[in-house]
Design a protein around this ligand. Structure first.
Ligand SMILES: C[S@@+](CC[C@H](N)C(=O)[O-])C[C@H]1O[C@@H](n2cnc3c(N)ncnc32)[C@H](O)[C@@H]1O
Length: 309
């Protein structure tokens, strides 16, 4: 499937705006531009005296965000805008290059956008055949096929278990290593067949149960894109780059990521750096889940930078 016609619907827009509260004249970083849905809302809130800095690793999405911001925010209400093809773990270097010391708001809406998920050439989905690639950033050198075909059995099993708690991790890793003796595993459909035969389940998901390949695909995507490491880096950089009173919001889509954010915010609250603005994570309403099913697992946590002690 081609990505062009597929729109990404931004999630939790109400809570993002009310809790991050971007105000006229402020400097805002959208660390994961995607199609620019959240960026557009924040651009309108900060207005022509504000500054919007957007990051994305995916060139196509940066272009889409650029078009959206140009078409949907009238020139007289548009802030100064810098859109960068960069990973958010480079927050420090990129802000230094722009000569920006501190910012008022940082938002990161993690994971792939809907069009990336459905793009068969990226191979993120187990429900359509495609190359086992999974790189959101085409400059990365290691694909999912590289991991599946080169890692040792124990390392593969650990990867599946540690990143997505796949309970059949050992069985699946053993089957992968057996099958790849006969030839390299290239396609998503081959991997799905291997997983299903390893766990003894049919490839089509049964009502109410997740597809048997869900967790392995999630773990591989996280590993290929260094998702845990990137999030940890960003969390570590935020306190120095947020102005006193500045707000950081992270939207995550699975429990491992949400736990990292929660623990980081709590640790920095304990050391007097943050005030937590979401005692519990914000989740989408029933209406939002119905109109945008992808939003179902979204969780937003927000913290505010306290003045340096
Ligand atoms: C869920 S989408 C964001 C959607 C966006 N909030 C919107 O309203 O359209 C996530 C985006 O972040 C990008 N991305 C993922 N990890 C990234 C990282 N470490 N650094 C920069 N961009 C990243 C993806 O390429 C994707 O375009």
């Amino acid at each position: 499937m081609q990505r062009d016609g597929i729109e990404h619907e931004p999630v939790l827009c109400g809570p993002v705006l009310s809790l991050l509260d971007p105000r006229p004249g402020e400097t805002v970083v959208d660390a994961t531009l995607g199609h620019g849905g959240h960026a557009r809302l924040m651009a309108e809130a900060i207005g022509p005296t504000g500054r919007l800095i957007g990051f994305d690793v995916d060139e196509q999405n940066i272009e889409r965000a650029r078009r959206r911001l140009e078409h949907m925010v009238p020139p007289d209400r548009r802030p100064s805008i810098s859109l960068l093809r960069a990973n958010f773990h480079e927050l420090n270097e990129q802000l230094d290059l722009l000569g920006v010391a501190q910012v008022d708001v940082v938002l990161a809406d993690l994971g792939p956008s809907t069009d990336q998920l459905l793009d068969t050439e990226l191979g993120l989905s187990f429900s359509a055949d495609g190359p086992l690639d999974m790189r959101l950033d085409s400059r990365l050198s290691t694909t999912a096929a590289d991991l599946v075909n080169a890692m040792g059995e124990n390392d593969l099993a650990d990867l599946f278990y540690n990143l997505s708690q796949e309970r059949f991790s050992r069985r699946i890793a053993r089957r992968i290593c057996k099958v790849r003796h006969e030839g390299r595993i290239w396609r998503t459909s081959e991997l799905v067949r291997i997983i299903c035969s390893a766990v003894g389940e049919p490839a089509h998901s049964r009502a109410g149960r997740i597809h048997p390949a869900t967790r392995v695909f999630l773990a591989l995507r996280m590993a290929v894109n260094h998702e845990v490491e990137n999030l940890q880096s960003l969390l570590g950089l935020l306190p120095d780059r947020l102005r006193s009173g500045g707000r950081a919001g992270i939207i995550s889509f699975h429990s491992g990521e949400d736990r990292l954010v929660k623990q980081d915010f709590l640790a920095r609250k304990a050391s007097g750096l943050y005030e937590i603005r979401t005692k519990k994570p914000m989740t989408p309403s029933r209406e939002e889940c119905a109109s945008n099913p992808r939003s179902r697992s979204a969780k937003l946590r927000v913290a505010a930078r306290l003045p340096a002690g």
